[in-house]
Design a protein around this ligand. Structure first.
Ligand SMILES: Nc1ncnc2c1ncn2[C@@H]1O[C@H](COP(=O)(O)OP(=O)(O)OP(=O)(O)O)[C@@H](O)[C@H]1O
Length: 309
């Protein structure tokens, strides 16, 4: 569609006999956060590498709005994309501001623009007061934020973030999320790769779930949750060890030790029906909690495996 910002189609990349990515297609719309979710080794970094122009695909294409491709206009393509790589890429012994300016210079920004933009992006990531300090003196989270500033200096439409919270403490993780939410409000489009489903749930409008190099599902969160038999689960702690016969006939129950997990469509109605059924079977209940399904459950339902080991 003409208002798509980025369309990746049929991406494939193999390293020798190992196929890292195959038939990966995705669409990014203006102002959208696209979460690229999958376990380690699923092909997320390779996909982001191809989109950024750093990795050459064996097949497939990436086209930006206006028909811009890396082949048709490399500079225009690169000016519109910012990359925050998984491995922090900074000059540890140069002041933070100089790091940002060096990245900007790569895009040919004029010196006055460079100075203004460096100050703007450092303020944006909350590092204005540390502009003269060297990254060598920064925490892991501050380095991540400086990396984000470097990726934003040339004011790209699209920001690619490859696991930007890896190795970051919870406080810095929240600061990074605040930055990303502000960027989203400012109309930037983000591709956010992670294997933390709770991060994807918090930030992403649209999700592409990858596994073994392939897209296994994509859609909004609501669309993905709709693929589960039920979005709510009941957790029931029971007393003793009821025999399996007592539990027979209860709908969709998973049992581990003294905990039962039951998918329910309507918590209000189904809880009382379930408690009545358990009482009738002589099963004593010690505790009860409800839990909403997560993207982890979606991944499990799609692949039969956990997202994280
Ligand atoms: N340069 C490379 N040479 C050889 N194999 C590679 C290379 N880059 C990636 N791979 C392989 O391709 C597959 C996909 O890797 P990729 O880094 O894209 O996954 P990922 O989803 O980003 O995982 P992670 O979360 O661990 O970074 C893996 O099996 C990986 O070992």
């Amino acid at each position: 569609m003409s208002d798509d910002l980025l369309v990746a189609c049929g991406l494939r990349k193999a390293y020798g006999s190992r196929v890292a990515v195959q038939e990966v297609s995705l669409v990014l719309r203006p102002g959208e956060v696209l979460g690229l979710l999958g376990p380690n080794g699923a092909g997320k970094s390779t996909t982001v590498g191809i989109i950024s122009g750093l990795t050459v695909p064996d097949a497939g294409s990436v086209t930006l709005s206006g028909g811009v491709t890396l082949a048709s206009d490399p500079m225009a393509y690169k000016r519109r994309i910012g990359l925050v790589p998984q491995d922090i890429a900074l000059y540890e012994d140069l002041p933070a501001r100089m790091n940002v300016e060096l990245f900007g210079a790569l895009y040919g920004l004029a010196p006055d623009v460079l100075k203004r933009r460096a100050a703007e992006v450092l303020a944006m990531v909350g590092l204005a007061d540390r502009a003269r300090d060297k990254p060598a003196t920064f925490s892991g989270g501050m380095k991540r934020r400086l990396n984000i500033a470097c990726a934003l200096v040339h004011d790209p439409d699209i920001l690619l973030l490859d696991e930007p919270t890896a190795g970051v403490d919870p406080h810095s993780r929240n600061a990074i999320f605040d930055n990303l939410e502000a960027l989203k409000r400012a109309g930037k489009a983000l591709v956010y790769t992670t294997h933390y489903m709770e991060e994807a749930e918090r930030l992403a409008d649209h999700l592409v779930i990858v596994d073994h190099g392939r897209v296994v599902a994509s859609g909004t969160q609501a669309q993905l949750f709709a693929r589960l038999p039920a979005v709510q689960r009941l957790r029931v702690e029971i007393d003793g060890e009821p025999d399996e016969v007592a539990l027979q006939g209860l709908p969709d129950v998973t049992r581990s030790g003294q905990r039962l997990e039951i998918a329910v469509a309507d918590v209000g109605h189904d809880t009382s029906a379930l408690l009545a059924a358990l009482a009738q079977r002589g099963v004593a209940v010690r505790g009860l909690a409800t839990a909403r399904a997560t993207l982890e459950d979606v991944f499990l339902a799609l692949t039969g495996r956990q997202l994280r080991d």
